[in-house]
Design a protein around this ligand. Structure first.
Ligand code: SF4
Length: 240
């Protein structure tokens, strides 16, 4: 239970005895769970490699605002899964299917753990499709799939037999949808595994990876929202 929260005092000066916002935050509150080196997750491979590294060596609890956004996204995904299950378009629908991708070479060894949002088989064409759903603030701004989402879906396509994947963007405001087909590509998959291997080697050798996003003009804006901004800037100042 968070200690520092107060009951809300509203502008009409009438005190209300409960603060539902605080109750939601308490419900969603999570402990900073330590992650295990060698166990990696598809959602993190598209992010800055230094940020991923920090999340293993310096775990921090997710801040309340982000947890609320995740909760909204989860609700939207549950709704979409429900709609798919009730639709006559499919002969088979499964959601939240866990996948495991092991990797091993002479220097590196790890397992990627993921969960497929939705796996469907169309009734008329018998197509097997892996669906990765993303909730977004404004779907009209999504003109092409984000590379980090393609990477995530590519891992699922490597782990399970399917004709193709679909990235489904759903607008949180009005449920407008944009969808993109993603086909399995060996070369993209190899690049993803190389990135995970790189992360794994940095973690095993306790070596800070490069500040990837800070030195990328297109991605540096994300540093502002990085929970490790302070540590990263200090490391850059120390030439790490
Ligand atoms: S501040 Fe930027 S470069 Fe540094 S870890 Fe975070 S995202 Fe990466």
């Amino acid at each position: 239970m968070a200690e520092d929260r107060r009951l809300s005092d509203f502008s009409d000066n009438k005190i209300i005895d409960i603060d539902i916002g605080c109750i939601i935050d308490d419900y969603l509150e999570e402990e900073g769970r330590p992650k295990t080196v060698g166990a990696y997750y598809p959602s993190e491979i598209g992010m800055c490699i230094r940020r991923s590294y920090y999340s293993y060596v310096l775990p921090k609890p997710t801040e309340a605002g982000a947890l609320r956004i995740f909760a909204l996204g989860n609700n939207l995904h549950a709704f979409i899964a429900d709609v798919l299950k009730k639709s006559d378009e499919f002969s088979f629908v499964e959601d939240e299917r866990p996948i495991k991708i092991p990797y091993k070479d002479e220097k590196s060894s790890f397992t990627i753990y993921g969960r497929i949002d939705d796996y469907v088989i169309t009734k008329n064409t018998n197509k097997k499709i892996i669906i990765e759903a993303k909730s977004v603030g404004d779907v009209l701004k999504i003109n092409e799939p984000e590379p980090k989402h393609v990477m995530q879906l590519m891992l699922y396509l490597s782990a399970m037999e399917a004709d193709y994947g679909m990235l489904l963007y759903a607008d949180k405001k009005n449920l407008n949808i944009r969808q993109f087909r993603v086909d399995y590509d060996d070369s993209v998959y190899a690049k993803i595994i190389t990135r995970f291997r790189d992360l794994d080697l940095h973690l095993r050798n306790k070596k800070l990876p490069p500040a990837e996003y800070y030195f990328d003009a297109k991605k540096v804006w994300e540093c502002k929202y990085c929970p490790y901004f302070k540590e990263c800037m200090q490391a850059i100042a120390n030439n790490d």
